[in-house]
Design a protein around this ligand. Structure first.
Ligand SMILES: [Zn+2]
Length: 132
């Protein structure tokens, strides 16, 4: 199994371990980032609860915007973390580095910039066009 995977991906076990380590450390960073963002959004909420009395319309509008920003930040972090989790799963399956769309190998340069990429640029663009 292991031998087969190594042949399929053209990666040595050492390389796979290295990729796993860097994916996992990014994953952990995002977990820390997420926890930090949760704390911040809680602080925001406490502030909000603490001084809603006497707010004028503009003030509460700003707070809603701040809360929306905080929530979309949380979502973004979770999305990114899920991508790394997905990449780690694919690494274990031996499919990491291959496009989910067309099964072609993803260029190494792309993986260096986006270690969590699971599709080639062409398939990603096709998917984004479809989503848009
Ligand atoms: Zn592709």
């Amino acid at each position: 199994m292991l031998v087969h995977d190594t042949v399929a991906t053209g990666r040595s076990q050492a390389e796979i371990d290295q990729i796993r380590q860097s994916l996992r450390s990014r994953y952990d960073e995002l977990t820390a980032e997420y926890e930090q963002a949760v704390l911040q959004s809680q602080v925001l909420r406490l502030v909000e609860v603490g001084d809603t009395a006497g707010d004028d319309q503009a003030d509460s509008g700003t707070k809603t915007a701040e809360r929306d920003t905080a929530q979309s930040l949380l979502r973004t972090i979770l999305d990114r973390r899920a991508q790394f989790e997905h990449a780690l799963t694919r690494l274990d399956e031996g499919t990491y580095g291959f496009c989910e769309g067309c099964s072609a190998p993803i260029p190494v340069e792309r993986l260096e910039i986006f270690p969590s990429a699971t599709s080639c640029v062409a398939c990603k663009q096709t998917r984004e066009r479809r989503a848009a």
